[in-house]
Design a binder for this molecule. Structure first.
Ligand SMILES: [Zn+2]
Length: 117
């Protein structure tokens, strides 16, 4: 872990004079602005190269979509299994009430499957 210390302003101005540019982002460890020189991004305070994830939010979103996709796939498999079960049940039912109840449940499940497909 980077130790918190006062930003070295003379070092920072030297970096600017040497052609480095100060970035809008700051170091996650010490909150000092990050510098960029020769395509390297680094913290002048921690004297470490910064690992720079540009589209952090975008990556997060993609990860969420992937895990949600896994969950919905799993749900779909379970629901299809339930429909098979209910269809077998329906075959053995002979009162209108039972049949209606079972069909309502199947309808609900089909709606969910449609929504997540
Ligand atoms: Zn730093």
């Amino acid at each position: 872990m980077g130790k918190k210390k006062e930003p070295d302003l003379s070092k920072m101005s030297q970096l600017l004079l040497s052609g480095a540019t100060m970035l809008g982002e700051s170091c996650p460890d010490c909150a000092v602005p990050l510098f960029k020189k020769n395509e390297n991004i680094f913290c002048p305070n921690c004297e470490r190269k910064a690992v720079y994830i540009k589209n952090k939010d975008e990556i997060k979103k993609i990860e969420q979509t992937i895990s949600l996709g896994d969950a919905t796939n799993q749900l779909r498999d379970v629901l299809i299994g339930k429909i098979t079960l209910l269809t077998n049940q329906l075959a053995s039912e002979d009162t209108p009430n039972e049949i209606t109840n079972t069909l309502e449940i199947i309808e609900k499940i089909l709606n969910i499957i449609q929504k997540i497909s």
